[in-house]
Design a protein around this ligand. Structure first.
Ligand code: NDP
Length: 278
């Protein structure tokens, strides 16, 4: 069975939009784009459009590629103190002369809707999560729409980046699963995947995970987004062979991708509510 991320994300946006109509003040999201990288420009535009669709207040801030670290930090600080803004996102990657980690840490943890600030990552590690990284949280929302009970399940996360693999593993652990995290140095990767009830793959290697590595009846979540030479998109899993083994599987496109922006909106609403309660 296919886990339809497009549909689940749409439902999430409808639920958020309904909640927004009942609020006195609109939740506000500010997205900073440095430079004019084409992929980042599209992502930022999509985020801005998604905000408008659910009735959020949205600020799209374009800064030139030669902005200094101090100027960028001062922009973040301005937004930290702006009462209309509940969530701040700095689109990554940044030009190489800028220190992305310092910028992430400069965002107030209460407005860190990407969930990348060390305080929010620390809370996730302690199973006291507040704002959670969007892609892994979106995967958990997708899993919750299935009949799978994660408690006691063997989960294998392939990929250990700070934005996907590591927080993904923590999410699954927090849900009561037993988790193995794999990286590029992992030995006998296929044997590990063959043991898994749930496999989440985020490596950026088109169709690397083969169907005969998947245990019969497993759930397969493919986070990878890879542009092939013919212009089409592919995940990290060989979908055609894996779907014969999996009971639940996500497609690419139309799987995890749409969940990330919907979850960003969800996080902005969470940040809004937390600020309003103070
Ligand atoms: P990174 O490049 O930051 O991390 C890749 C991870 O995969 C690393 O931990 C790396 O290991 C590991 N890896 C690489 N090759 C192998 C291999 N052969 N076997 C096992 N592990 C391997 O990527 P991201 O986490 O940022 O993104 C991963 C994929 O997910 C990309 O395709 C990206 O486009 C996609 N993505 C999709 C999103 C969505 O919304 N759907 C959001 C974010 C990303 P090591 O640590 O040893 O280097």
């Amino acid at each position: 069975m296919i886990i339809d991320g497009k549909q689940i994300a749409k439902q999430l946006r409808v639920n958020i939009a309904k909640q927004v109509t009942k609020l006195d003040r609109k939740p506000g999201l500010a997205v900073i784009l440095v430079g004019d990288d084409p992929a980042s420009t599209v992502y930022v535009r999509n985020k801005d459009n998604a905000c408008k669709e659910v009735g959020f207040y949205s600020e799209k801030i374009n800064k030139p590629a030669n902005i200094t670290q101090a100027e960028l930090l001062s922009e973040v600080e301005r937004l930290n103190n702006d009462n209309k803004i509940d969530g701040i996102l700095v689109q990554l990657p940044l030009p190489s002369h800028l220190d992305a980690n310092q910028v992430t840490e400069a965002i107030s943890p209460n407005k860190d809707v990407d969930g990348f600030h060390s305080e929010n990552i620390g809370k996730l590690m302690q199973n006291k999560a507040f704002l959670r990284p969007c892609t892994p949280k979106g995967v958990m929302t997708m899993l919750a729409t299935t009949d799978i009970d994660l408690v006691g399940k063997d989960c294998v996360v392939v990929g250990a980046s700070n934005i996907v693999g590591r927080p993904m593993a923590m999410e699954l652990l927090n849900a009561g699963a037993t988790v193995t995290i794999c990286n590029s140095k992992t030995q006998n990767l296929s044997d590990k995947i063959k043991q898994a009830d749930v496999v989440v793959v985020a490596i950026g290697k088109p169709k690397m995970i083969q169907g005969d590595w998947i245990k019969q009846g497993a759930t397969v979540i493919d986070v990878g987004i890879n542009r092939l030479n013919d212009g089409s998109l592919s995940g990290d899993v060989d979908f055609d062979s894996a779907q014969d083994k999996a009971v639940w599987i996500t497609p690419v496109p139309g799987g995890v991708g749409p969940m990330t922006i919907a979850t960003l909106l969800e996080n902005t609403l969470t940040a809004y509510k937390a600020r309003e309660e103070k």
